[in-house]
Design a protein around this ligand. Structure first.
Ligand code: 2U9
Length: 344
């Protein structure tokens, strides 16, 4: 048995020496040290030995096992090192290469347009006010001089949640809420941006959800000339100093008198061309002097206070300013469209 153990040791050391990879080394480990390996085979014959021989052979078997284990471990380390060196040789890294650029996102075009409008009006002393998108029938319609069954409600059909709760059709309820909070004390000078909803079939110029930005200035002695000056400043800020404005009479239930504002066409400057469809003017927004009923309903004395209001769709402003031909581009999130307006 002594001889066999010595043979095992020599064979094992030789095979470990010549093992070319970790898989081979593992096979050698199993063959010699495994449960059914060569050393176990030898130890099975221990029963036939004399009392004196048994510990001698047992000790020798342990020594052989330890030597083989040590040789396996040292070979394992060598193989790992060799593999690492090989990998380093094959994968050369050029640390001087410039880093890959990070894809930076940016605000949506509509956000930029809204921020631009907010910046202008806050510079004129307006505060930005926001309110809920799920509104009550009272704030969305009744407080704005649109009682139940008023025919003008048809133009603003929307998504009702209950009889009295709906997705707001305009941001005007935010102004109505703010007025009420002021408890009949002016001035109130706010702009209200936000999402609004209407029951509409989507096409190039309509969307069931779009954005609005509305303004309201209520104080003593606010006149139509204040409105005209403010809108003129806005038009020139947004579209250029060379643009003229024109006010046309119109109708809104919440303002009296009401107007619609056009800006002169940037192509023909009022002469008439294909862009402005021959009129020389392009419609931008609606406005008017706040209806006395609306002031009274919000708790303001309409004999003491007056005010103007205006409303516009940032989509329309963006379409005219940047030549966007379809409102659906704002909402379908094609990055090729969105990327063109990073940083505007
Ligand atoms: C209060 C009093 C008055 C808000 C106004 C308009 C005129 C208007 C439209 C333009 C295009 C909405 O996005 S659009 O469809 N808006 O023409 N909005 S005056 O008047 C108010 C609002 C609140 C308390």
């Amino acid at each position: 048995m002594k001889e066999r153990l010595k043979e095992i040791k020599n064979e094992a050391l030789e095979q470990i020496q010549s093992a070319a990879d970790e898989k081979k080394l593992q096979d050698v480990r199993v063959y010699f040290l495994g449960k059914k390996g060569q050393i176990t085979e030898v130890l099975k014959g221990m029963g036939k030995l004399s009392k004196e021989e048994r510990p001698v052979i047992g000790q020798l078997a342990n020594e052989v096992r330890d030597e083989i284990t040590e040789a396996l471990e040292s070979k394992q380390t060598k193989l790992e090192q060799a593999a690492l060196e090989q990998q380093l040789k094959e994968e050369s890294i050029d640390v001087t290469l410039p880093g890959r650029p990070v894809q930076a996102g940016g605000p949506h075009l509509l956000r930029n347009v809204i921020r631009n409008i907010e910046d202008l009006f806050t510079s004129m002393g307006y505060a930005v006010a926001e309110g809920p998108e799920v509104e009550t029938d009272f704030y969305n319609f009744e407080s704005l001089n649109l009682p139940k069954n008023h025919p003008a409600r048809d133009m603003q059909d929307t998504f009702f949640i209950t009889e009295e709760l709906l997705m707001r059709t305009q941001t005007s309820p935010v102004q109505a809420r703010t007025l009420r909070k002021h408890e009949g004390q002016g001035p109130v000078k706010i702009i209200c941006p936000g999402k609004v909803y209407r029951r509409d079939t989507d096409d190039a110029t309509h969307s069931h959800q779009f954005t609005q930005i509305e303004g309201l200035y209520v104080d003593e002695n606010i006149r139509m000339s204040d409105l005209k000056g403010t809108l003129n400043t806005f038009a020139k800020h947004m579209f250029g100093e060379d643009r003229a404005i024109r006010l046309r009479p119109s109708f809104f239930p919440f303002t009296e008198p009401s107007v619609e504002m056009d800006i002169s066409c940037k192509i023909c400057h009022g002469e008439g061309c294909s862009v402005c469809k021959g009129s020389g003017w392009i419609e931008i927004l609606g406005a008017g002097m706040v209806h006395p009923n609306v002031l009274e309903m919000a708790g303001f004395d309409s004999k003491k206070y007056s005010g103007f209001a205006f409303g516009m769709g940032p989509e329309r402003i963006a379409m005219l300013k940047y030549g966007v031909e379809d409102i659906r581009h704002f909402y379908t999130n094609d990055v090729r469209f969105l990327k063109q307006f990073h940083g505007v």
